[in-house]
Design a protein around this ligand. Structure first.
Ligand SMILES: [Zn+2]
Ligand SMILES: [Zn+2]
Length: 204
């Protein structure tokens, strides 16, 4: 009895601490540290890398402070994503009316009312600030962001200063270009209503 019990308990005992350490590191440590360990991800990446590119993290926001709640919700989701150190394609609707139409279309196709912010991961709608908060607290957000491209949260794009837009190179932001053949100025067809184009260095 003693030999069986002793022999039986020594194996699980040797294994358990490893399982506990792994479990704790994934559960309680900062997600970046979990990625940095590269224990399982190195193996897992073989499959997702072939089948699909890294899931794009797209956050629709506004930098206008018109509605305080909306502004603070945008800031909150942005801060959570920074905590995960993932690269975020932030699309500020106040910079470009086309982005508003883009988001309206995406939400309408899903039967959702328009609101900001809205988070998409890998083309899938995660939701607004409340949904992101709940997923984060449940530990689900980290799983959704698995495999997303990483980025130092302190990174600031040199080309646009983090604004994600730059003045249109064709019209220098004036929205008017001189058409030599016609000898007159014409509306610039390259930029948006603000004379801006998406930053070629950091935005697609
Ligand atoms: Zn940029
Ligand atoms: Zn232009």
């Amino acid at each position: 009895m003693e030999e069986v019990a002793g022999g039986g308990s020594s194996w699980p005992y040797a294994k358990k601490p490893q399982q506990h350490q792994l479990g704790r590191s994934l559960t309680y440590h900062h997600p970046y540290q979990g990625q940095g360990r590269r224990l399982q991800p190195a193996q897992r990446h073989q499959l997702p890398d072939v089948r699909a590119p890294r899931p794009a993290v797209v956050l629709y926001t506004t930098s206008l402070r018109g509605v305080r709640r909306t502004f603070t919700d945008c800031s909150a989701v942005r801060a959570v994503l920074r905590g995960f150190r993932v690269a975020v394609d932030e699309r500020d609707l106040s910079m470009d009316a086309a982005l508003r139409r883009e988001l309206q279309g995406l939400l309408a196709a899903r039967g959702r009312a328009f609101s900001l912010p809205q988070l998409f991961v890998g083309g899938r709608l995660v939701g607004g600030a409340e949904e992101a908060r709940q997923l984060h607290e449940a530990g689900e957000l980290r799983r959704l962001l698995e495999g997303a491209a990483g980025q130092d949260p302190a990174f600031v794009c040199d080309a646009c200063g983090g604004v994600r837009f730059v003045p249109c190179p064709a019209c220098a932001g004036s929205r008017k270009v001189f058409v030599e053949e016609e000898g007159r100025t014409s509306c610039c067809g390259h930029c948006n209503e603000n004379g801006l184009v998406r930053c070629p260095a950091c935005s697609s």
